[in-house]
Unconditional design. Structure first.
Length: 258
């Protein structure tokens, strides 16, 4: 992931995100505007100086020094606001911006090259299953999502498009034993994430410097782990415990949310 600037919009407000050493940093001024916080100076917020970065960016009036803050500091700024916009903005960053940046290296309004390949694979598999011609499937896809071509599919509609096409089926070649190990890994990781979620309110109460990081992990990891659980559940759907002492009993109920 190379250092680059991404500019995107939240409720018609600009937010600049710079990738610095493979990590996203956010324009403090832009965040303050969204949260309706005046005087967006670093000294106003209880933020760590290690996560503050000064950069020169081109503007209409020439190069200007812009203050960017890292992800933990972003949460500290969000926590300062009691406005409804703070919750909406926080959820948007968690659910859309950060996952996309970490997967692709930038925030994009349309699907990236890897997602385009997944669409192609899903179309191929649907054609094989149903006998439909590829062009007919693409035409239906365009009509369903109101786009001129599949490359213009909005990024936030990618999962819906895959589901509509019938899904992309695994070609991993993993054995049942491999999936058993992954199921146990999920179980252990989710247990650790849950413990983090339980600890976070206590860190909040004592205003710990670890609060923002634990808050991020408890929320973002939950979504990521659930994505993994869905895949593992799909790939182990054919497995049934043979008896009460079968080792699969220890993980199937967790993976299948029984």
């Amino acid at each position: 992931m190379s250092d680059q600037l991404s500019v995107f919009n939240f409720n018609n407000s600009q937010v600049r995100v710079q990738l610095l050493n493979n990590q996203p940093v956010f324009c403090l001024k832009d965040v303050a505007v969204i949260l309706n916080i005046s005087n967006a100076k670093v000294s106003r917020f209880n933020i760590s100086s290690k996560g503050v970065h000064k950069m020169y960016l081109p503007t209409k009036s020439g190069n200007q020094e812009i203050t960017f803050i890292d992800e933990p500091n972003l949460y500290r700024v969000i926590f300062r606001s009691n406005k409804k916009e703070a919750v909406d903005f926080q959820n948007w960053v968690f659910d859309e911006v950060l996952p996309t940046i970490r997967k692709t290296g930038s925030y994009s309004l349309t699907i990236n090259s890897e997602q385009q390949q997944a669409i192609q694979q899903a179309v191929n598999e649907r054609s094989y299953r149903t006998g439909e011609r590829h062009q007919a499937i693409y035409s239906k896809l365009h009509q369903q999502f109101k786009i001129p071509r599949y490359q213009d599919l909005p990024a936030n509609q990618f999962e819906n498009a895959i589901k509509w096409l019938g899904g992309v089926h695994s070609r991993s070649g993993l054995s049942d034993e491999d999936w058993y190990d992954l199921a146990w890994l999920y179980k252990a990781a989710e247990r650790m994430r849950y413990q983090i979620e339980l600890i976070e309110p206590a860190l909040h109460a004592i205003d710990s410097s670890f609060r923002a990081a634990f808050y991020s992990m408890s929320r973002e990891y939950k979504r990521t782990l659930n994505d993994a659980r869905i895949i593992i559940a799909r790939e182990t759907a054919h497995i049934k415990a043979k008896n009460i002492i079968d080792k699969w009993n220890m993980v199937l109920s967790v993976i299948r949310n029984n």
